[in-house]
Design a binder for this molecule. Structure first.
Ligand code: HEC
Length: 145
């Protein structure tokens, strides 16, 4: 029985680091994929609004908002480096500020979806509620690329 327990502990110990490393890879690649998807969708929104296809643009805005909310959980302490991450250490030094920016970016996309019907200048509102959030976060929290 004792032998069995020791064997178990040995194998669990052996598999833990491997498992957590896989997990880090999944998380970093996962967040990169979500940011890329958001970028594609933001460009899609610009094109749709240019041709006044407002109703089609709304669900895309909501999708970006949802991705931002999910992204709040994609920056645990053990994902500061590796797998070509461009995330800067400043994220973990200012986690509250980073999370607040992510939440604001998410809220602004919902605001955009709600107000876009009443808007005259699509370019201006997209800048205010969409593109500005990208740059204000990247300036502080993403490595130059
Ligand atoms: C609250 C912060 C924040 C906001 C808001 C934000 N980003 Fe980012 N973005 C990041 C961080 C951090 C990374 C680096 C992630 C990594 O490499 O692990 C990143 C990476 C990216 C990448 C590269 C993904 C890859 O494959 O490496 C793209 C593209 C991108 N963002 C586009 C955008 C666009 C477009 C917007 C706005 C519509 C936006 N981001 C809004 C923080 C943000």
């Amino acid at each position: 029985m004792k032998k069995l327990i020791f064997t178990l502990i040995f194998f669990v110990g052996l598999s833990l680091p491997i498992h957590s490393n896989q997990n880090v890879e999944e998380i970093i690649k996962g967040r990169k994929a979500m940011f890329s998807e958001n970028y594609q969708n933001a460009k899609k929104i610009s094109i749709l609004l240019k041709s006044k296809r407002i109703e089609e643009a709304k669900p895309v805005m909501e999708k970006i908002s949802t991705n931002y909310k999910k992204l709040l959980n994609y920056f645990p302490e053990n994902t500061k480096e590796g797998f070509n991450t461009e995330a800067l250490p400043s994220i973990w030094e200012n986690k509250d500020e980073f999370n607040a920016l992510m939440q604001k970016a998410s809220d602004d996309m919902m605001k955009l979806a709600k107000t876009v019907d009443t808007v005259e200048d699509f370019r201006k509102i997209q800048k205010e509620l969409m593109w500005n959030n990208c740059s204000s976060c990247h300036n502080r929290f993403r490595a130059p690329h």
